[in-house]
Design a protein around this ligand. Structure first.
Ligand SMILES: [Zn+2]
Length: 194
């Protein structure tokens, strides 16, 4: 079991969220800290899911987003704050904690959180656009390389794939690169919830 699994086995998203200040109602709903939530839209228990902005994840990822930490730093923070005493790497055992750990205690402001999320989303969009662009280049290549010599010749499956997907993919690339935030969010939601 790795550190992430071990932490998640020991504490729920709800436990960490409450520890770091989230008020969870008896029905398990809370005001989402990741968007401007006026009425509780977030369901939180073992994991969390926001019905309004779509933020979702587990205990580790909640802490990472809340404090602007990497997944690993977040797992370490939970390990320390909840005294789980999961040994992380050899160097951690028996070593005195460095005082600068406490500098990270500060909860990010809403603006900083939004910036942090925006950066993550921008990175994701860039990656997605790059993958699709590469795929697009391949399809252009297949369209030439596997072009049937005559009308009798059976079409190569990659030639067919290129014909079918090229316009759809180039539309997606355009949208990722030039679309509005709303369009991109709608796309990521659509792809993720199949
Ligand atoms: Zn939300």
């Amino acid at each position: 079991m790795n550190i992430f699994q071990e932490v998640k086995e020991r504490v729920t998203a709800r436990q960490v969220a409450e520890r770091y200040g989230l008020k969870v109602r008896r029905n398990g709903m809370a005001c989402c800290p990741f968007h401007n939530d006026k009425h509780p839209s977030m369901k939180i228990d073992q994991n969390y899911y926001c019905f309004a902005c779509g933020a979702k994840g587990d205990a580790v990822n909640y802490v990472a987003l809340l404090f602007g930490l990497s997944q690993f730093e977040a797992a370490k923070k939970i390990n320390e704050d909840f005294s789980l005493e999961i040994p992380i790497g050899k160097t951690e055992v028996g070593r005195k904690r460095k005082p600068e750990v406490h500098k990270k205690e500060k909860v990010l402001t809403k603006e900083e959180r939004i910036q942090f999320l925006q950066k993550k989303i921008d990175g994701w969009v860039k990656d997605a656009a790059n993958v699709l662009l590469r795929y697009l280049r391949w399809m252009e290549f297949w369209k030439e390389f596997y072009k049937p010599e005559s009308t009798e010749e059976e079409w190569h499956p990659l030639f067919v794939e290129a014909l079918q997907n090229e316009s759809k993919i180039s539309y997606l690339v355009d949208m990722l690169m030039f679309g509005t935030d709303e369009e991109i969010l709608a796309f990521s939601g659509m792809e993720g919830r199949r």
